[in-house]
Design a protein around this ligand. Sequence first.
Ligand SMILES: O=C(O)CCCC[C@@H]1SC[C@@H]2NC(=O)N[C@@H]21
Length: 249
Amino acid sequence: MTGLLPWPERTGRIVLEEVDSTMSEAARLAPELKQPTWIMALHQSAARGRRGRSWEMPKGNFAASFVFRPAGTAAEAALRSFSAAVALFEALALSVERDRLSLKWPNDVLLDGGKVAGILLESVGTQDQIDWLAIGFGVNLASVPEGVRDASFPPVSLEGAGAGPLDLDELLSRLAQNMATEEGIFAELGFAPIREKWLRHAARLGEVITARTARDEVTGVFETVDPFGQLVLRTPDGQVSIPAADVYF
Ligand SMILES: O=C(O)CCCC[C@@H]1SC[C@@H]2NC(=O)N[C@@H]21
């Protein structure tokens, strides 16, 4: 990927001792922000996760949101889910063996099969043009949240898994650099190369998995992620493309 312009030229950084949620702070600040901005917090009192869930953040874990104004439609903005996952994967792979890490569709990072990090996207705008997009990253750096009981993907922490030392500022720097790289790629080449990178790290590609939506459940062979970011499963009734779900295996 040589020859790509660095993106963007200037990125702001805000570090907060405490906040309700870096996503809420991103929403409050976004209308006035003049440049793409990272908002990191040492403590969050009301952090949120995907699909209306809450996110527990013990002391020492990583929480940050990246807020910016991507050009393009809401559907294109949503594909940043995959850029973010790739950026986070590469940031963590500097501290732990990369073959212990994998990506669960659409954007969880697993370490030894347990959930080490989650990503949340929120945006404001119209279908045709996003006003702003916030990408929230939560990483179990130091410890696992106590109240999470997920038998399928028990939370794990980098420290608990014996990863090399990694402090909050260093992780923020790695992520900021990687996201800038992924945005540069997206701007010049579109989603295709990001999709390819994501698929290289996908958990259970080619294996049977289950996708659960609010209404139903589909089990099939995980064939690919399509150019729209949808999960493609091969089922006895044919190929099914799923835009949003929780995945289990
Ligand atoms: O459900 C998930 O897996 C996504 C979790 C995202 C958590 C992060 S922590 C930083 C940012 N602020 C929030 O309130 N949520 C995200």
